[in-house]
Design a protein around this ligand. Structure first.
Ligand code: SF4
Length: 572
């Protein structure tokens, strides 16, 4: 095993590794709710490697025992700060289903049993640090759980509005969104003994508001009044744009949460550098001995092509977390990574995914968004694709062709979601892209996500109507028939989204039976995860833009019934 303090390999996770390296003290210790996978798909590993690359000594403690000091103390105390993350998923989502049943399986835990990640992991780990290290170095929160719970938010599992997680975790700084830039700046400021309160992309607690920042309705007000909560969410959402966002303040009792404007988007050079750092693409041996980590099946030999999503589906938090602007890696950077992958002794010739949040947004963008910020009153691909968007599949086609030529690559899949409306709206290269997918990158079935089929529900989801879906199916079937391939589409659908009732599910069932000729299996009950518009609707039972009352199925039995209607074996 190779361990790194200066060279890119596994970051140390045990005392023995530190001793071998002759290291007395680390600069940064990262605590994660996932096991330690040294991969660009793990936020903890990426942040660790970025800090390492900048010359800091970094260690990781993954899934520490939170009932004793045996893990949390094993690397000592850091010189600069602790980094705390729940892992790739919010710990409540990782631990519970939409029906609030405990999940038995955890794909980021060795052995796969869900017994290592505490509920509200960020709070638990921060408390664990405070319990065993009095007056310790700053605690810096990051990752999706911290990011999406950074201001007052609705928590589905407690069915109430909770404070910013910074207060509950008693931490010092919260890094939100994509954390590389902010984390490097924090490390530098702390090293130089300078203040951190002007760093973009962070939140912190203050005794007063900040000049020039927008005051959100207070925590107390949003708990008392759903209209105030809606007003708060609109302002929060609008001030997430890297170009136009203002700083925000929110009073919590006698203190204020301060949210600085988001970090600037990474440039292509910067994102290339991050993904071309050396990753082991493996689970650290200290954890690997405890069993198979299922997530490795999908991430070990996959390629991230870009970050960001301008789709802004109302049930999804990716636009809030990664931003709406697309930051694409260069072709050279992706090819270089693929060439490294083929030399990995465990690689068998299959690249499991080439994609990002939405695979076919690679290399697309809108100049207006990059210069002036995302439009407030207009959506990029809803209800149709905006004319200003550079919706061009040519760069993806070329990338896939070049990757296929790499010796040692037998097959490469595009398993990340695709927006089929964008394929149809790209009159020049859309069809060619679809041909490429069908010919080379689909393994018998292509998964797409219409999510629903009723216009009323689709509008609330900010998803396009069925016109695109039926047209896409027609094209997909036609091309497959021409190529004499037996491949089919599978559909991700959501049941019990706010605004959806039994009648809507019956009509959806009729549509999928008649038009799509299928009995869908991939139907998920809507989960109100923190900080999405759909969660806002779920909590307030109101359309946030019109103020109209919305039907929301809140009873778990009722939600399951909605799902059963769509998944039932009989076709309506
Ligand atoms: S001009 Fe169109 S593509 Fe650009 S940000 Fe506005 S809605 Fe999106």
């Amino acid at each position: 095993m190779k361990i790194a303090l200066q060279n890119p390999m596994f970051l140390p996770t045990t005392k023995e590794e530190l001793n071998k390296l002759g290291c007395k003290k680390l600069d940064v210790i990262i605590i994660s709710g996932d096991t330690y996978i040294d991969s660009s798909y793990s936020g903890a590993a990426v942040i660790g490697k970025v800090l390492l690359d900048a010359g800091y000594k970094v260690g990781i403690i993954a899934q520490p025992d939170f009932k004793s000091d045996k893990d949390i103390k094993r690397l000592g105390e850091p010189e600069l700060f602790w980094g705390v993350t729940s892992g790739c998923v919010d710990s409540m989502v990782a631990n519970f289903t939409a029906s609030k049943k405990r999940r038995r399986q955890d794909d980021f835990t060795p052995g796969g049993t869900n017994n290592k990640r505490p509920e509200r992991a960020v709070i638990i780990y921060s408390n664990l640090i405070r319990q065993y290290f009095k007056n310790t170095k700053p605690i810096v929160l990051g990752g999706i759980e911290a990011s999406l719970r950074r201001i007052a938010h609705y928590d589905y599992w407690e069915d109430k509005i909770r404070r910013s997680i910074l207060f509950d975790a008693k931490a010092d700084i919260l890094v939100y969104g994509m954390g590389e830039k902010a984390t490097l700046e924090i490390a530098q400021q702390l090293k130089d003994g300078k203040p951190f309160d002007d760093i973009r992309g962070i939140c912190y607690i203050s005794k007063s508001t900040k000049e020039g920042y927008i005051n959100l309705p207070s925590f107390h007000q949003v708990v008392e009044d759903k209209k105030k909560f809606t007003e708060m969410f609109h302002t929060f959402y609008r001030n997430n744009d890297t170009v136009t966002a203002k700083g925000l303040c929110q009073q919590h009792g006698d203190r204020y949460l301060i949210q600085n404007p988001p970090a600037h988007n990474l440039t292509q050079k910067e994102i290339d550098k991050i993904y071309n750092l050396d990753y082991e693409r493996s689970v650290h041996p200290f954890y690997k001995k405890d069993g198979k980590v299922r997530a490795m099946d999908t991430i070990q030999f996959s390629l991230t092509t870009h970050r960001g999503c301008y789709g802004e589906c109302n049930f999804c938090a990716i636009s809030v977390h990664q931003g709406t602007a697309i930051t694409s890696r260069s072709e050279e950077s992706i090819i270089r990574e693929a060439e490294n992958i083929v030399h990995d002794p465990e690689f068998k010739g299959y690249i499991q995914d080439v994609g990002g949040p939405t695979a076919n947004m690679y290399s697309t963008n809108c100049d207006k968004m990059l210069i002036h910020g995302k439009c407030v009153k207009k959506d990029c691909i809803f209800p149709t694709t905006c004319k200003n968007l550079n919706n061009n599949h040519r760069p993806q086609i070329e990338l896939l062709r070049k990757l296929r030529k790499i010796e040692g690559v037998k097959k490469m899949f595009v398993a990340s979601g695709i927006r089929y409306d964008m394929i149809i709206d790209d009159k020049e290269f859309g069809d060619e892209y679809l041909h490429e997918l069908i010919e080379h990158h689909v393994s018998g079935q292509l998964k797409i996500a219409p999510e629903h089929t009723e216009d009323k529900v689709l509008g609330l989801m900010r998803k396009q109507g069925t016109r695109y879906l039926t047209e896409f199916k027609k094209r997909f079937d036609r091309i497959n028939a021409k190529k004499k391939k037996e491949q089919f589409l599978t559909y991700y659908l959501i049941a019990a989204h706010p605004g959806c009732d039994i009648e809507d599910e019956i009509r959806m069932k009729q549509f999928v039976s008649k038009e799509l000729r299928t009995n869908p299996e991939q139907v998920q009950i809507f989960t109100p995860t923190p900080s999405t518009y759909s969660t806002l609707m779920y909590y307030t039972e109101m359309n946030p833009w019109t103020g109209e009352k919305l039907f929301v199925e809140k009873n778990i039995g009722g939600k399951e019934k909605q799902k059963r209607i769509v998944t039932s074996k009989s076709r309506l």
